[in-house]
Design a protein around this ligand. Structure first.
Ligand code: SF4
Length: 694
C-alpha cells in the first residue's frame, strides 16, 4: 500500500492446515479501515454462513487500524473478529484487547493476522518482522496464560508481545478469552484458537509506522487531544471537590485527590491534585481499583498500567500477598470485569479484606485459565441457578454432592478455586454454565423466569447481558444493546452521559451535537422517543465501529466533553477525522468518516442477515427481554424513578434507528439503495442472490 501512510500495508495470512504463510496487500480493505471493519469484510468474503465457530473452515482475524502504532493517545487496541461460540446462532462478533499487541503487529509490518485452518498438533505462531514460523506448542499446551506468556517471552525476548489462551480456550469453552500481556483480554474467542490448536502468537516488530502529516501538524493535533482528555471513560470532573474544579461527581473515575496513594508502590505515590492543564499528571487521574475493589485497594495498589501510548492507565495493578495461600501469584492486574465478583459475597467477612480477596482471587483464576466473565453474566448465572435449586435438578447427584456448596454458601474464596477449575477443564455438567446464557437456558430448560428475572440482567434471548442499556439514557442505550451479536461494548454514549457535568450543560452540548437537547433525559426520568435520540444512538454505534476499526479506545473517544472551563467544557468530535486524515493521507471530514462507520455497521448487519437467513431483524434479532417492560409494576414508563421502557415506544425507536442508518424501516435489514450508496454492491449482489434484501 505505497500511496497511503498509517497502515503497515500488508496482511499476514497463516493457514494452519497446510502450514502456508503468505502476505497480501491491505489496500483492498481500506474502505473498511482496519480492525473491526477489515475483520468483517474478510469474514464476509471468506466464511460461509453455515460455518460453525470450531470448524476448520472458520477463520479468526487479529486486526489493527491505521492509528495503532503511531503513538497517538489511546490507539493500541486490538480487534479480534470471528464467529462467536457463545452466541446461540454463532453469529459474527468481535472481542477487543488492549496492551501492546496491535502496535507490535504494525511494527512487524502487518495490519492484520488472518488465521485459517487447523494445526494437526498444538503450535504457536512466532513473528519477527518478515520471519514467520509455526513452532511446536506441545510443552505449552496445558499451561495457563501467565506461564505461556512468560515462556514465549523467555524464548523470544522480553520485548515480544504475546497473545495466548489458557486451558479454557484449549478446551473450547465458549466463554473464554484471548489475553495479551497477561492482563489485557478479549472475551469470546479463546475457544476458536483452541479449536485450531493455536496456543499463542508472539510478535517482535522492529519497523515503524509512518503518518502522512507534517510533523508539526501531528504534534499540534496530539497536543490538542492531550489538552481536552479527561480521566478514564472521558470523565471530565473529579470525584471529590478539588480547588480547580467547578463541579464534582462521586461516580467519576477522576479519583485523584490529596491523601489518595498507590500504597504498595516501592515508594508510596500520592495521586494528589491533577489539574486539567497539567498533562504530566494525567496518569494519576484515574485509580480504578478504588471503584472496582473498594477503598481497601489503596493499600495494595502498586501502580496503574495500560495500553501502549495511552496516558490514562486504566489497569489497576495490585499486590495481594494473601493470594499466595491459594497457589496463585500475588500480582493481579485488570481493567474491570475480572474484578467484578460482586455476586460472590463472603458471609463471614470480618473485614473489607475478605471480599477483596474474593474479587482478586476470582480475577486471577479466570485470567490464568482464560475464562470470560461475559460482563458479569457468569457470576449472575451461578447465583440464579444455585438460589433457585436448578443445579440440584440438572447436575448428576454425585457431581452435585462433590461440589463444595458449603463454601459457596458462606462466600469462601476456596470455592472459586474449585469452580473455575471445573469450568476451564470442562469437568462435569456444571461446566456448561460457561457455554453461554442461551445455551444453558435450552440445556437446562430454564424458561421465562430466567429470561425475565431483572436482577439477572439478561438483555437478549441470544443470551448476552446488558451493557449500558436502558439505564443509559433509556431508548439510546436500549437500541445500542440490540444491534451487535453480543453485549455491545459501546461506550460512545456512556462516556458522555457519565462525564459528570450537570444535566443542563450536558443538554446544551447534546443540542450542539445531535440537534436537540431532547437527545438526553434526566437519568431515570425518561421521555418518549424522538429523532435526536435516534441520531445519538446511531452516532454512538458509528463511532464505536470507527474506533474499533481505526483502532482507538472507545473508553476514551469520542471526546464530546473536556475538563476545561475555558472551553465551556466542550470537547472535539472532529478528532477522529483529523487523526484518520493525518495518519493515512486520505483527507476526510467528520461526516465523511462517519460514513465509513455506517458502512462497517451495515456490513455487520448484512452478515447477521446472511447468517440468520432472514431479513426480519426487528423481530428475529433486535428483541429484548420482558423485564425491561415489566419492571417496577407500580410505575409506568416515562415516570420519574424508573428505567422501565414502553413496548410501543421501543418499536418506534427501532424504526427511527433503522431510518438513521438507511436500513429498511420495517425489517431493519440493509436495503439495496443503501448498499449501493455505501459502495457495497458486492454485498448487495450476494444478499440479492440469497433473496435476503427487504
Ligand atoms: S483508557 Fe485503558 S483501555 Fe483505553 S487505551 Fe487507555 S489504558 Fe487502554
Amino acid at each position: 500500500m505505497p500511496k497511503y501512510q498509517g497502515w503497515a500495508g500488508k496482511i499476514l495470512r497463516v493457514n494452519l492446515s497446510s502450514g502456508s504463510i503468505t502476505t497480501e496487500d491491505t489496500v483492498k480493505y481500506k474502505e473498511y479501515i482496519g480492525g473491526m471493519g477489515l475483520g468483517y469484510k474478510i469474514m464476509w468474503d471468506e466464511v460461509d454462513e453455515n460455518t460453525k465457530p470450531f470448524d476448520e473452515e472458520n477463520i479468526i482475524v487479529f486486526g489493527a487500524g491505521p492509528l495503532s502504532g503511531t503513538g497517538a493517545p489511546c490507539t493500541a487496541r486490538t480487534n479480534i473478529t470471528s464467529l462467536l461460540p457463545a452466541n446461540p446462532q454463532n453469529l459474527i462478533g468481535d472481542s477487543h484487547m488492549g496492551g501492546h499487541f496491535s502496535p507490535e503487529m504494525k511494527y512487524a509490518g502487518y495490519d492484520a493476522i488472518v488465521i485459517e485452518g487447523k494445526a494437526s498438533r498444538p503450535v504457536w505462531l512466532r513473528i519477527e518482522d518478515d520471519k514467520v514460523s509455526l513452532e511446536s506448542a506441545s510443552r505449552l499446551w496445558g499451561q495457563g496464560i501467565f506461564d505461556t506468556t512468560a515462556n514465549i517471552s523467555s524464548m523470544m525476548g522480553k520485548e515480544a508481545q504475546v497473545a495466548a489462551i489458557g486451558q479454557a480456550g484449549e478446551n473450547q469453552v465458549p466463554l473464554s478469552t484471548i489475553m495479551t500481556n497477561g492482563n489485557h483480554s478479549g472475551g469470546g474467542h479463546g475457544g476458536i484458537m483452541g479449536s485450531k490448536n493455536l496456543k499463542a502468537i508472539g510478535i517482535i516488530g522492529t519497523q515503524s509506522v509512518k503518518y502522512a502529516a507534517d510533523k508539526e501538524d501531528w504534534i499540534e493535533l496530539n497536543e490538542s487531544v492531550m489538552s481536552i482528555i479527561g480521566a478514564n471513560n472521558q470523565h471530565v470532573v473529579p470525584s471529590t471537590p478539588q480547588p480547580w474544579a467547578e463541579f464534582h461527581d462521586a461516580s467519576s473515575r477522576w479519583t485523584a485527590q490529596e491523601g489518595l496513594y498507590w500504597g504498595a508502590a516501592d515508594q508510596e505515590v500520592e495521586t494528589g491534585i491533577c489539574k486539567p492543564e497539567d498533562t504530566n499528571r494525567i496518569g494519576y487521574r484515574t485509580m480504578k481499583a478504588i471503584k472496582d475493589l473498594g477503598p481497601i485497594s489503596e493499600d495494595y495498589t502498586v501502580r496503574m498500567g495500560g495500553c501502549q501510548s495511552c496516558p490514562i492507565r486504566c489497569h489497576s495493578s495490585v499486590k495481594v500477598p494473601e493470594l499466595e495461600k491459594y497457589g496463585v501469584s500475588p500480582y493481579v492486574s485488570n481493567t474491570c470485569m475480572g474484578y467484578f465478583n460482586h455476586w460472590y459475597v463472603n458471609q463471614n467477612a470480618e473485614s473489607e479484606m475478605d471480599n477483596f480477596l474474593n474479587k482478586t482471587l476470582g480475577a486471577q483464576l479466570a485470567d490464568d485459565y482464560g475464562l470470560w466473565f461475559n460482563y458479569g453474566q457468569l457470576g449472575r448465572d451461578l447465583k440464579y441457578l444455585y438460589d433457585n435449586g436448578i443445579f440440584e435438578e440438572v447436575l448428576p447427584e454425585d457431581e452435585y454432592n462433590d461440589i463444595p456448596w458449603d463454601l459457596y454458601e458462606v462466600g469462601d474464596p476456596e470455592f472459586l478455586v474449585d469452580f473455575y477449575r471445573r469450568l476451564a477443564f470442562r469437568e462435569g455438567e456444571i461446566s456448561h454454565i460457561s457455554d453461554g446464557a442461551a445455551q444453558i437456558a435450552e440445556r437446562w430448560d430454564l424458561g421465562d423466569d430466567y429470561w425475565n428475572y431483572k436482577t439477572n440482567k439478561l438483555w437478549s434471548r441470544m443470551g448476552y447481558p446488558i451493557h449500558h442499556a436502558n439505564e443509559s439514557n433509556g431508548q439510546v442505550g436500549a437500541l445500542i444493546n440490540t444491534i451487535f451479536n453480543r453485549d455491545p461494548m459501546c461506550h460512545s454514549h456512556q462516556n458522555f452521559l457519565g462525564s459528570g457535568l450537570p444535566t443542563k450543560l450536558q443538554k446544551e452540548i447534546a443540542a450542539e451535537t445531535w440537534g436537540s437537547e431532547d437527545a438526553i433525559d434526566v437519568p431515570a426520568n425518561y421521555t418518549p422517543m424522538n429523532r435526536a435520540k435516534a441520531r445519538f444512538a446511531k452516532w454512538s454505534l458509528v463511532r464505536n465501529a470507527l474506533h474499533d476499526s481505526m483502532t482507538v479506545c472507545n473508553w476514551m473517544f469520542p471526546m464530546v466533553t473536556s475538563p476545561l472551563k475555558t472551553r465551556n467544557y466542550r470537547g472535539d468530535t472532529t478528532i477522529e477525522a483529523k487523526y484518520f486524515s493525518q495518519a493515512t493521507g486520505m483527507k476526510v471530514n467528520e461526516e465523511e468518516l462517519d460514513e465509513f462507520g455506517r458502512r462497517i455497521m451495515t456490513l455487520h448487519r448484512a452478515m447477521t442477515v446472511k447468517q440468520m437467513g432472514t431479513v426480519d431483524m426487528r423481530n428475529e434479532h433486535d428483541r429484548i427481554v420482558d423485564w425491561v417492560y415489566e419492571m417496577d409494576p407500580d410505575k409506568n414508563a416515562f415516570e420519574a424513578g424508573t428505567i422501565k421502557m414502553d413496548r410501543e415506544d421501543m418499536e418506534k425507536a427501532r424504526t427511527m434507528l433503522y431510518e438513521e442508518f438507511g436500513w429498511d424501516p420495517k425489517t431493519g435489514a440493509p436495503t439495496a439503495e443503501t448498499l449501493d450508496e455505501l459502495g457495497m454492491t458486492d454485498v448487495k449482489q450476494e444478499l440479492a442472490s440469497k433473496n435476503l434484501l427487504p
